[in-house]
Design a protein around this ligand. Structure first.
Ligand SMILES: Cc1cc2nc3c(=O)[nH]c(=O)nc-3n(C[C@H](O)[C@H](O)[C@H](O)COP(=O)(O)OP(=O)(O)OC[C@H]3O[C@@H](n4cnc5c(N)ncnc54)[C@H](O)[C@@H]3O)c2cc1C
Length: 409
């Protein structure tokens, strides 16, 4: 099918089936059943087997009609593509429809106090006991774990295999006695992530994504999707009716966790108004730094568009993910420097009574997270060096010996 044909078909389907008087759950059920919620997925997994660009066409048509599309969050961004790619079918059948329908929520349980960049060094472990896995360990920095029904968990299942080969990727049911979620207060006073303590938690034997011992490969899929995750369409739906009201409510709830993310990205949009407001718009130094920021921002935007076009043409995620992530860190730091240059000492003032309602101070303490989340800048440099430029790999003396023999503190 050509894009115009897909557009016509989605439009006709929406005209026949969209009704704002439905509940959000009922509307999403129709949407998932129709195959337009995930048009690029195989028909047996709620899709239409169309090329990747068809997802964009369907989503823009839904938006045009102010009809709710897919829910935002770890389910659609991380869990669905990972389970879709690695299976098995029993998990695809169990989890994909509730993810598309937004009835179950997800978090990512990768990082640990002793394993962040070195993710393959996790020591949270799982042991098979009859028809269930018993898990023990601790995770940290887990965004939205306090709202999640399920966690994407990487755990060690073989201490005698080398570091990267003894891992398994699980779906952890979060609502159980063995899982304790403690919310963390951040330096910007938001509370979006958590520590997760896991003590004899149980996982059904079949809740393994991919194969036992192949968790590293599966985790790389999740990370690739995380690095290119743009956050989905966040523009609010207009109009009345239960489906729209519930969708707005769902979006508000979701954005509570992420409301500091625009500040984390540096609020490039505020740089020029900020310069005018402070009467610094004709200062040559300020102009030069704002222009530098704007140029970096535009180049990054165009690179992202090029990457999106490549994906729409069916090419797999590539180096653009790491390039995009790196440039977003640089833009955030440049934006923080520009806001400080313009604001001077006032930039440090927090609270609603300060200039820009404390937004500049919030930017300054949120920007560091941009170069850590989803893999630090240094790790992105390593990935680009090794996989794109073909430079020698980092020395990995411990990569071949059993994990239990690797010295740890
Ligand atoms: C906003 C935010 C949200 C997050 N959400 C989640 C989540 O939902 N789930 C989850 O599991 N985790 C999450 N994280 C955690 C994140 O993935 C880790 O913080 C990140 O991978 C870095 O790990 P670390 O904090 O242990 O730092 P470390 O790995 O200890 O790194 C410390 C420093 O050493 C450098 N370094 C480490 N190794 C190398 C190397 N080989 N070469 C060069 N330099 C190196 C790093 O670049 C860094 O500067 C989140 C983090 C943030 C900031």
């Amino acid at each position: 099918m050509q894009p115009d044909e897909v557009r016509d078909e989605v439009r006709a389907w929406i005209a026949e089936h969209w009704d704002p008087e439905l509940s959000l759950a009922e509307w999403r059920r129709r949407l998932v059943e129709s195959g337009w919620a995930a048009a690029s997925w195989e028909p047996r997994w709620h899709g239409r087997g169309l090329p990747a660009w068809a997802d964009g066409v369907a989503s823009s048509e839904l938006h045009r009609a102010d009809a709710p599309g897919l829910p935002l969050g770890g389910g659609t961004a991380l869990a669905a593509p990972t389970i879709l790619e690695h299976g098995p079918d029993s998990l695809r059948a169990r989890f994909l429809a509730p993810i598309l329908g937004g009835t179950e929520t997800w978090c990512q349980l990768f990082s640990e106090p002793g394993a962040g960049s070195d993710l393959a060094g996790v020591t949270t472990h799982a042991v098979l006991d009859g028809d269930r896995w018993i898990v023990n360990g601790q995770k940290v920095w887990n965004t939205s774990a306090h709202h999640a029904d399920f966690g994407l968990l990487v755990a060690r299942t073989d201490w005698d295999a080398p570091k990267h080969r003894g891992l398994t990727y699980f779906v952890l049911p979060m609502h159980q006695a063995g899982v304790e979620v403690r919310n963390i207060r951040q330096m910007n006073d938001h509370r979006s992530f958590n520590e997760v303590f896991i003590a004899d938690a149980e996982i059904p034997r079949e809740y393994v994504v991919g194969a036992v011992g192949d968790g590293w490969t599966v985790a790389l899929t999740t990370l690739a999707h995380e690095r290119r995750f743009a956050g989905g369409d966040r523009s609010p739906i207009q109009g009345g009716g239960p489906a729209r009201e519930q969708a707005r409510h769902e979006m508000d709830d979701y954005l509570q966790t992420y409301r500091w993310y625009p500040q984390r990205a540096g609020r490039v949009d505020l740089a020029i108004p900020h310069a005018h407001e402070r009467g610094r718009g004709s200062d040559p130094l300020v102009r030069q730094e704002v222009a530098r920021l704007w140029a970096m921002h535009k180049v990054s935007e165009w690179t992202a568009l090029r990457a999106r076009a490549a994906r729409a043409a069916g090419r797999p995620p590539g180096a653009e993910g790491s390039i995009g992530k790196l440039s977003s860190s640089r833009i955030a730091r440049q934006a923080a420097a520009v806001h400080s240059l313009i604001g001077g000492a006032d930039a440090m003032l927090a609270g609603p009574d300060s200039r820009f309602g404390g937004t500049i101070a919030e930017i300054l303490v949120s920007v560091p997270a941009q170069s850590i989340a989803g893999g630090t800048d240094e790790i992105q440099h390593n990935i680009l060096g090794e996989r794109v430029l073909g430079l020698p790999r980092e020395p990995g003396a411990n990569d071949k010996i059993p994990f239990r023999d690797i010295p740890r503190n």
